[in-house]
Design a protein around this ligand. Structure first.
Ligand code: ATP
Ligand code: LTN
Length: 334
Protein backbone atom coordinates (compact mmCIF):
# COMPACT_ATOMS: atom_id res chain seq x y z
CA UNK A 1 0.00 0.00 0.00
CA UNK A 2 1.23 3.49 -0.85
CA UNK A 3 1.71 5.63 2.27
CA UNK A 4 1.76 9.13 0.86
CA UNK A 5 -1.16 9.62 -1.51
CA UNK A 6 -1.27 12.37 -4.09
CA UNK A 7 -4.26 14.34 -2.76
CA UNK A 8 -3.02 15.16 0.69
CA UNK A 9 -0.14 17.60 1.10
CA UNK A 10 2.99 16.37 2.82
CA UNK A 11 4.23 17.91 6.05
CA UNK A 12 7.70 17.14 7.37
CA UNK A 13 9.67 18.24 10.39
CA UNK A 14 12.48 16.89 12.56
CA UNK A 15 13.65 17.68 16.05
CA UNK A 16 17.14 17.15 17.41
CA UNK A 17 17.70 14.83 20.35
CA UNK A 18 20.09 17.30 21.99
CA UNK A 19 18.39 17.36 25.38
CA UNK A 20 14.96 17.29 26.97
CA UNK A 21 12.61 19.43 24.85
CA UNK A 22 11.32 22.65 26.35
CA UNK A 23 7.96 24.37 26.41
CA UNK A 24 9.41 26.45 23.53
CA UNK A 25 9.92 23.35 21.38
CA UNK A 26 6.41 22.22 22.26
CA UNK A 27 4.50 25.46 21.64
CA UNK A 28 6.70 26.51 18.72
CA UNK A 29 6.79 23.21 16.90
CA UNK A 30 5.47 19.98 18.39
CA UNK A 31 1.98 21.24 19.20
CA UNK A 32 1.50 22.31 15.58
CA UNK A 33 2.73 18.93 14.39
CA UNK A 34 0.07 17.15 16.39
CA UNK A 35 -2.64 19.42 14.97
CA UNK A 36 -1.53 18.87 11.37
CA UNK A 37 -1.60 15.10 11.46
CA UNK A 38 -5.32 14.84 10.67
CA UNK A 39 -5.25 16.97 7.56
CA UNK A 40 -1.88 16.09 6.04
CA UNK A 41 0.43 13.18 5.37
CA UNK A 42 2.93 13.75 8.11
CA UNK A 43 6.54 12.71 8.35
CA UNK A 44 8.20 13.50 11.68
CA UNK A 45 11.53 12.40 13.02
CA UNK A 46 14.46 12.64 15.37
CA UNK A 47 17.40 14.47 13.73
CA UNK A 48 20.14 12.44 15.40
CA UNK A 49 22.70 13.13 12.63
CA UNK A 50 22.30 16.86 13.29
CA UNK A 51 22.98 16.24 16.98
CA UNK A 52 26.45 14.89 16.17
CA UNK A 53 27.51 18.49 15.55
CA UNK A 54 27.65 18.88 19.34
CA UNK A 55 29.79 16.40 21.26
CA UNK A 56 27.61 14.09 23.36
CA UNK A 57 28.40 10.92 25.26
CA UNK A 58 27.30 8.07 22.89
CA UNK A 59 25.02 6.29 25.38
CA UNK A 60 23.34 9.59 26.20
CA UNK A 61 22.71 10.43 22.54
CA UNK A 62 21.13 7.00 22.03
CA UNK A 63 18.95 7.46 25.12
CA UNK A 64 17.84 10.93 24.05
CA UNK A 65 17.02 9.74 20.54
CA UNK A 66 14.79 7.04 21.99
CA UNK A 67 13.18 9.60 24.31
CA UNK A 68 12.50 12.05 21.49
CA UNK A 69 11.01 9.21 19.49
CA UNK A 70 8.74 8.30 22.45
CA UNK A 71 7.74 11.95 22.73
CA UNK A 72 6.71 12.05 19.07
CA UNK A 73 4.49 9.02 19.66
CA UNK A 74 3.14 10.66 22.84
CA UNK A 75 1.89 13.60 20.75
CA UNK A 76 -0.83 11.20 19.56
CA UNK A 77 0.78 10.97 16.14
CA UNK A 78 -0.49 7.65 14.90
CA UNK A 79 2.51 5.67 13.55
CA UNK A 80 0.13 3.73 11.30
CA UNK A 81 -1.10 6.85 9.52
CA UNK A 82 2.03 9.00 9.74
CA UNK A 83 5.70 8.27 9.31
CA UNK A 84 7.64 8.63 12.55
CA UNK A 85 11.29 7.79 12.12
CA UNK A 86 14.91 8.37 13.08
CA UNK A 87 17.02 10.26 10.53
CA UNK A 88 20.14 8.04 10.69
CA UNK A 89 18.01 4.93 10.00
CA UNK A 90 17.52 6.20 6.43
CA UNK A 91 21.00 6.61 4.85
CA UNK A 92 19.50 8.54 1.92
CA UNK A 93 19.65 11.68 4.13
CA UNK A 94 23.45 11.59 4.26
CA UNK A 95 23.67 10.66 0.58
CA UNK A 96 21.49 13.52 -0.65
CA UNK A 97 23.19 15.82 1.89
CA UNK A 98 26.53 15.20 0.16
CA UNK A 99 25.12 15.83 -3.30
CA UNK A 100 23.44 19.07 -2.19
CA UNK A 101 26.73 20.24 -0.63
CA UNK A 102 28.05 20.34 -4.16
CA UNK A 103 25.11 22.53 -5.21
CA UNK A 104 25.41 25.06 -2.39
CA UNK A 105 27.84 27.95 -2.40
CA UNK A 106 30.17 28.44 0.56
CA UNK A 107 29.04 32.06 0.84
CA UNK A 108 25.37 31.06 1.11
CA UNK A 109 26.07 28.65 3.96
CA UNK A 110 28.33 31.19 5.67
CA UNK A 111 25.42 33.63 5.96
CA UNK A 112 23.41 31.37 8.28
CA UNK A 113 22.96 33.18 11.59
CA UNK A 114 22.45 29.97 13.56
CA UNK A 115 25.91 28.80 12.46
CA UNK A 116 27.41 32.08 13.66
CA UNK A 117 25.60 31.86 17.01
CA UNK A 118 26.37 28.17 17.54
CA UNK A 119 30.04 28.57 16.65
CA UNK A 120 30.36 31.30 19.26
CA UNK A 121 28.64 29.07 21.81
CA UNK A 122 30.80 26.00 20.98
CA UNK A 123 34.04 27.84 20.25
CA UNK A 124 36.10 24.74 21.11
CA UNK A 125 34.32 22.57 18.54
CA UNK A 126 33.41 24.50 15.41
CA UNK A 127 33.27 21.38 13.24
CA UNK A 128 32.48 21.22 9.52
CA UNK A 129 29.21 19.44 10.37
CA UNK A 130 28.01 22.54 12.21
CA UNK A 131 28.61 24.56 9.06
CA UNK A 132 26.99 21.92 6.86
CA UNK A 133 23.98 21.49 9.15
CA UNK A 134 21.47 23.47 7.02
CA UNK A 135 22.34 21.50 3.90
CA UNK A 136 21.61 18.20 5.65
CA UNK A 137 18.36 19.82 6.78
CA UNK A 138 17.61 20.70 3.14
CA UNK A 139 18.17 17.04 2.24
CA UNK A 140 15.75 15.94 5.01
CA UNK A 141 13.06 18.14 3.56
CA UNK A 142 13.61 17.67 -0.18
CA UNK A 143 13.86 13.86 -0.07
CA UNK A 144 10.17 13.66 0.83
CA UNK A 145 8.82 16.27 -1.63
CA UNK A 146 7.49 18.12 1.42
CA UNK A 147 4.89 20.87 0.94
CA UNK A 148 5.03 22.38 4.43
CA UNK A 149 7.66 22.41 7.14
CA UNK A 150 6.36 23.41 10.59
CA UNK A 151 9.19 25.04 12.56
CA UNK A 152 9.83 27.84 15.02
CA UNK A 153 10.92 31.26 13.74
CA UNK A 154 14.61 30.43 14.34
CA UNK A 155 14.57 27.96 11.42
CA UNK A 156 13.13 30.34 8.83
CA UNK A 157 16.50 31.19 7.30
CA UNK A 158 17.34 27.49 6.89
CA UNK A 159 14.04 27.02 5.08
CA UNK A 160 14.88 29.87 2.73
CA UNK A 161 18.22 28.24 1.93
CA UNK A 162 16.40 24.95 1.26
CA UNK A 163 14.07 26.73 -1.16
CA UNK A 164 17.02 28.35 -2.94
CA UNK A 165 18.84 25.03 -3.31
CA UNK A 166 15.69 23.31 -4.60
CA UNK A 167 14.86 26.03 -7.12
CA UNK A 168 18.41 26.15 -8.44
CA UNK A 169 18.53 22.37 -8.82
CA UNK A 170 15.15 22.38 -10.56
CA UNK A 171 16.20 25.05 -13.05
CA UNK A 172 19.28 23.02 -13.94
CA UNK A 173 17.66 19.57 -14.14
CA UNK A 174 13.87 19.96 -14.45
CA UNK A 175 11.34 19.53 -11.69
CA UNK A 176 13.09 17.17 -9.31
CA UNK A 177 12.19 18.73 -5.96
CA UNK A 178 9.04 20.30 -4.61
CA UNK A 179 9.92 23.77 -3.25
CA UNK A 180 8.67 23.69 0.38
CA UNK A 181 6.95 26.41 2.39
CA UNK A 182 7.72 27.07 6.03
CA UNK A 183 4.74 26.77 8.39
CA UNK A 184 5.21 29.07 11.35
CA UNK A 185 2.39 29.24 13.91
CA UNK A 186 1.06 32.64 14.98
CA UNK A 187 1.40 31.82 18.65
CA UNK A 188 4.35 30.32 20.46
CA UNK A 189 6.63 30.65 17.44
CA UNK A 190 9.25 32.21 19.65
CA UNK A 191 8.87 31.40 23.34
CA UNK A 192 11.37 33.46 25.28
CA UNK A 193 13.60 32.68 28.27
CA UNK A 194 11.81 33.13 31.62
CA UNK A 195 14.90 34.84 33.03
CA UNK A 196 16.11 36.91 30.06
CA UNK A 197 12.99 37.47 27.97
CA UNK A 198 14.98 39.09 25.15
CA UNK A 199 16.52 35.64 24.42
CA UNK A 200 14.71 32.57 23.08
CA UNK A 201 13.93 29.79 25.54
CA UNK A 202 16.63 27.21 24.89
CA UNK A 203 17.22 23.82 26.47
CA UNK A 204 20.95 24.40 26.30
CA UNK A 205 20.74 27.52 28.52
CA UNK A 206 23.00 27.24 31.58
CA UNK A 207 20.31 28.78 33.81
CA UNK A 208 17.75 26.03 34.47
CA UNK A 209 15.19 28.59 35.67
CA UNK A 210 15.10 30.07 32.16
CA UNK A 211 13.21 27.15 30.62
CA UNK A 212 10.40 24.72 31.33
CA UNK A 213 11.19 21.17 30.29
CA UNK A 214 8.44 18.90 29.04
CA UNK A 215 9.39 16.53 31.86
CA UNK A 216 9.17 19.14 34.66
CA UNK A 217 6.77 18.26 37.49
CA UNK A 218 3.86 20.59 38.36
CA UNK A 219 5.75 21.78 41.41
CA UNK A 220 8.84 22.72 39.34
CA UNK A 221 6.68 24.43 36.69
CA UNK A 222 4.99 26.49 39.40
CA UNK A 223 8.32 27.58 40.87
CA UNK A 224 9.87 28.46 37.51
CA UNK A 225 6.91 30.57 36.44
CA UNK A 226 6.72 32.28 39.83
CA UNK A 227 10.36 33.32 39.47
CA UNK A 228 9.95 34.50 35.84
CA UNK A 229 11.29 38.00 35.25
CA UNK A 230 8.55 40.64 34.75
CA UNK A 231 8.65 44.39 35.50
CA UNK A 232 7.61 46.80 38.24
CA UNK A 233 4.38 48.04 36.67
CA UNK A 234 2.17 45.16 37.89
CA UNK A 235 -0.35 45.46 35.05
CA UNK A 236 -0.99 42.68 32.54
CA UNK A 237 -0.90 43.93 28.96
CA UNK A 238 1.00 43.10 25.78
CA UNK A 239 3.81 45.45 24.80
CA UNK A 240 7.31 45.27 23.38
CA UNK A 241 8.34 47.33 26.42
CA UNK A 242 7.23 44.46 28.65
CA UNK A 243 8.99 41.37 27.20
CA UNK A 244 8.62 39.24 30.34
CA UNK A 245 4.87 39.77 30.75
CA UNK A 246 4.27 39.57 26.99
CA UNK A 247 6.09 36.22 26.88
CA UNK A 248 3.93 34.86 29.71
CA UNK A 249 0.84 36.12 27.88
CA UNK A 250 2.01 34.36 24.74
CA UNK A 251 2.50 31.12 26.69
CA UNK A 252 -0.88 31.49 28.43
CA UNK A 253 -2.62 32.28 25.12
CA UNK A 254 -1.00 29.28 23.39
CA UNK A 255 -2.21 26.95 26.15
CA UNK A 256 -5.75 28.34 26.59
CA UNK A 257 -6.55 29.71 23.12
CA UNK A 258 -7.35 33.14 24.64
CA UNK A 259 -6.42 36.31 22.72
CA UNK A 260 -4.23 39.04 24.24
CA UNK A 261 -7.35 41.22 24.74
CA UNK A 262 -9.15 38.43 26.56
CA UNK A 263 -6.14 37.85 28.79
CA UNK A 264 -5.87 41.58 29.56
CA UNK A 265 -9.55 41.63 30.49
CA UNK A 266 -9.23 38.53 32.66
CA UNK A 267 -6.42 40.08 34.71
CA UNK A 268 -7.59 43.69 34.78
CA UNK A 269 -7.06 45.04 38.29
CA UNK A 270 -5.10 41.94 39.33
CA UNK A 271 -1.38 41.70 40.06
CA UNK A 272 1.34 39.46 38.67
CA UNK A 273 0.84 36.89 41.45
CA UNK A 274 -2.63 35.91 40.19
CA UNK A 275 -1.47 36.06 36.59
CA UNK A 276 1.55 33.82 37.15
CA UNK A 277 -0.53 31.28 39.09
CA UNK A 278 -2.95 31.07 36.16
CA UNK A 279 -0.12 30.71 33.63
CA UNK A 280 1.45 27.90 35.67
CA UNK A 281 -1.89 26.09 35.96
CA UNK A 282 -2.50 26.38 32.21
CA UNK A 283 0.96 25.02 31.38
CA UNK A 284 0.58 22.13 33.84
CA UNK A 285 -2.80 21.16 32.36
CA UNK A 286 -1.51 21.51 28.80
CA UNK A 287 1.43 19.20 29.45
CA UNK A 288 -0.28 16.64 31.70
CA UNK A 289 -1.69 14.25 29.04
CA UNK A 290 1.56 14.40 27.06
CA UNK A 291 3.63 13.65 30.16
CA UNK A 292 1.42 10.72 31.15
CA UNK A 293 1.73 9.13 27.72
CA UNK A 294 5.44 9.84 27.44
CA UNK A 295 6.22 8.34 30.87
CA UNK A 296 4.47 5.14 29.86
CA UNK A 297 5.93 4.86 26.34
CA UNK A 298 9.51 5.59 27.28
CA UNK A 299 9.68 2.35 29.28
CA UNK A 300 8.49 0.27 26.31
CA UNK A 301 11.84 -0.16 24.54
CA UNK A 302 10.85 -3.14 22.38
CA UNK A 303 7.78 -1.31 21.08
CA UNK A 304 9.83 1.82 20.33
CA UNK A 305 12.50 -0.16 18.45
CA UNK A 306 9.91 -2.03 16.42
CA UNK A 307 7.92 1.11 15.56
CA UNK A 308 11.08 3.01 14.57
CA UNK A 309 12.05 0.17 12.20
CA UNK A 310 8.64 0.33 10.51
CA UNK A 311 8.94 4.14 10.28
CA UNK A 312 12.37 3.89 8.67
CA UNK A 313 11.14 1.40 6.12
CA UNK A 314 8.22 3.60 5.09
CA UNK A 315 10.44 6.70 4.98
CA UNK A 316 13.11 4.93 2.93
CA UNK A 317 10.60 3.97 0.25
CA UNK A 318 9.88 7.64 -0.47
CA UNK A 319 13.41 8.91 0.14
CA UNK A 320 15.12 6.50 -2.26
CA UNK A 321 12.71 7.38 -5.03
CA UNK A 322 13.86 11.01 -4.87
CA UNK A 323 17.51 10.08 -4.35
CA UNK A 324 17.43 7.78 -7.40
CA UNK A 325 16.11 10.61 -9.58
CA UNK A 326 18.76 13.02 -8.29
CA UNK A 327 21.57 10.52 -8.86
CA UNK A 328 20.53 10.04 -12.47
CA UNK A 329 20.18 13.77 -13.08
CA UNK A 330 23.63 14.68 -11.77
CA UNK A 331 25.30 11.87 -13.72
CA UNK A 332 26.06 9.25 -11.10
CA UNK A 333 26.20 5.72 -12.54
CA UNK A 334 22.83 4.32 -11.50
P1 ATP B 1 18.43 24.64 21.44
O1 ATP B 1 17.24 24.99 22.31
O2 ATP B 1 19.39 23.72 22.11
O3 ATP B 1 19.04 25.88 20.83
P2 ATP B 1 16.51 23.97 19.57
O4 ATP B 1 15.47 23.58 20.57
O5 ATP B 1 16.40 25.28 18.89
O6 ATP B 1 17.91 23.80 20.23
P3 ATP B 1 15.54 21.75 18.06
O7 ATP B 1 15.43 20.85 19.22
O8 ATP B 1 15.95 21.07 16.83
O9 ATP B 1 16.57 22.91 18.39
O10 ATP B 1 14.16 22.53 17.80
C1 ATP B 1 13.01 21.84 17.44
C2 ATP B 1 11.94 22.80 17.03
O11 ATP B 1 11.58 23.67 18.11
C3 ATP B 1 12.33 23.73 15.89
O12 ATP B 1 11.28 23.79 14.96
C4 ATP B 1 12.54 25.08 16.54
O13 ATP B 1 12.24 26.13 15.65
C5 ATP B 1 11.54 25.02 17.68
N1 ATP B 1 11.95 25.88 18.81
C6 ATP B 1 13.08 25.78 19.51
N2 ATP B 1 13.12 26.71 20.50
C7 ATP B 1 11.96 27.43 20.41
C8 ATP B 1 11.39 28.53 21.14
N3 ATP B 1 12.01 29.07 22.17
N4 ATP B 1 10.18 28.99 20.76
C9 ATP B 1 9.53 28.44 19.72
N5 ATP B 1 10.00 27.40 18.99
C10 ATP B 1 11.20 26.89 19.31
N1 LTN C 1 17.47 22.27 12.29
C1 LTN C 1 16.25 22.00 13.00
C2 LTN C 1 15.99 20.53 13.15
C3 LTN C 1 15.80 19.88 11.82
C4 LTN C 1 14.69 20.07 10.93
C5 LTN C 1 14.96 19.27 9.79
C6 LTN C 1 13.53 20.83 11.01
C7 LTN C 1 16.66 19.02 11.20
N2 LTN C 1 16.16 18.64 10.01
C8 LTN C 1 14.07 19.22 8.71
C9 LTN C 1 12.64 20.78 9.91
C10 LTN C 1 12.92 19.99 8.79
C11 LTN C 1 16.34 22.68 14.35
O1 LTN C 1 17.37 22.89 14.88
N3 LTN C 1 15.27 23.00 14.91
Amino acid sequence: MEIVNTEKKTVLSLIQPTGTPTLGNYLGALKNWAKMSEEYDCIFGAADLHSLTVRTEPALLRKRTMEIYALLLALELDPEKNIIFVQSHVPAHSQLGWILNCYTQFGEAARMTQFKEKSLKNADNVNVGLFDYPILMAADILLYQSDFVPVGVDQKQHLELTRDIASRFNSAYGNVFKVPEPFIGKRGARVMSLQEPEKKMSKSDANTKSFILLTDTPDVINKKIKSAVTDSEARVYYSSEKPGVSNLMDIYGSCTGLSYEEIEAQFAGKGYGDFKAAVAEAVIEELRPLQDKFNKLVTEKAYLTETAAVGAEKAARIAYRTLGKVMKKVGLWK
